[in-house]
Write a protein that binds this ligand. Structure first.
Ligand code: SAM
Length: 258
């Protein structure tokens, strides 16, 4: 896709709408509202997914010692983007964002607010070209050092599970031992209303997004050492002290490349 089409809803803009952002068009609002009419829980899912992203980045920086991040499927800038969470703890963190949405590209400047000690870069590339992503990321990241690959809410856009696994494997192949994979995606089998709303959304002309059975999300971590508590509904992944998390149809986890 090379230009911004405001006549069909778009994943990054609807997600932004559910997250309470302003970077969306009436067509996105309409599609977002049609979705919540069938499944209001999507707003919690969008927000819980961002909260998981924040907790997982904090884990990666604080406990796993990672200082380099490759975040593919960045989305529109919102609060607590990957680089903000990482650089708040370790200002020297280096981040490469990748997305193929022209609107995300126009907003990328807002993402490039790095600390002076670190760096933030943006690459307009598709998940379907993993070797090119690695090649371009290497301009900013030292890929001989452990790097966290962040795939948050993007693998559901790849309908074919074998292809999605292949793309993940090819990205991980370019990263050394001690690198990590962080995935979270919408899951099938938790709520029929969610599946119905998602099927209707996929008919709107937007780039479709497919909910996956939890076992398929878990399979993205094959060959990696899963960090406790494994692949779980995202609110249950290392919840903040004092919170009372409820499971939802969004599953994720973090794994380490041995
Ligand atoms: C649901 S948003 C997730 C945003 C953010 N990662 C988050 O978790 O809040 C999905 C993002 O994936 C991007 N995306 C979809 N297909 C892509 C592809 N083939 N290559 C790169 N980005 C893609 C969309 O443009 C969108 O920004």
């Amino acid at each position: 896709m090379t230009e911004i089409d405001t006549s069909v809803p778009h994943s990054a803009r609807i997600w932004n709408y559910w997250l309470g952002g302003k970077d969306n068009y009436p067509v996105d609002e309409e599609a977002g509202d049609a979705y919540t009419a069938v499944f209001p829980g999507i707003v919690t899912i969008a927000r819980s997914s961002r909260a998981f992203l924040g907790r997982s980045i904090r884990y990666l920086v604080q406990e796993a010692g990672v200082r380099q991040f490759l975040d593919v499927g960045t989305g529109l800038p919102t609060v607590d983007n990957t680089h903000e969470v990482a650089q708040r703890i370790a200002p020297e963190s280096r981040i490469v964002y990748v997305d193929n949405d022209p609107l995300v590209l126009t907003h990328a400047r807002a993402l490039l607010t790095s600390t002076p000690e670190g760096v933030t870069a943006y690459e307009d590339l598709s998940l379907y070209e993993p070797e090119r992503i690695l090649e371009q990321a290497a301009k900013t990241l030292d890929l001989s050092r452990p790097t966290a690959l962040i795939l948050s809410g993007i693998l559901g856009h790849v309908a074919d599970h074998d292809l999605a696994r292949d793309l993940v494997a090819r990205l991980l192949a370019g990263l050394p031992s001690g690198s990590h994979l962080c995935v979270n995606d919408g899951s099938r089998g938790t709520d029929p209303d969610y599946e119905q709303a998602q099927d209707a959304y996929n008919e709107t002309g937007a780039v479709p997004y497919f909910l996956r059975p939890v076992e398929q999300i878990t399979a993205f971590f094959d060959g990696l050492e899963l960090v406790e508590p494994g692949v779980v509904s995202v609110p249950l992944w290392r919840p903040d002290a004092g919170s009372t998390p409820e499971p939802i149809g969004q599953h994720g986890g973090v794994g380490r490349k041995p």
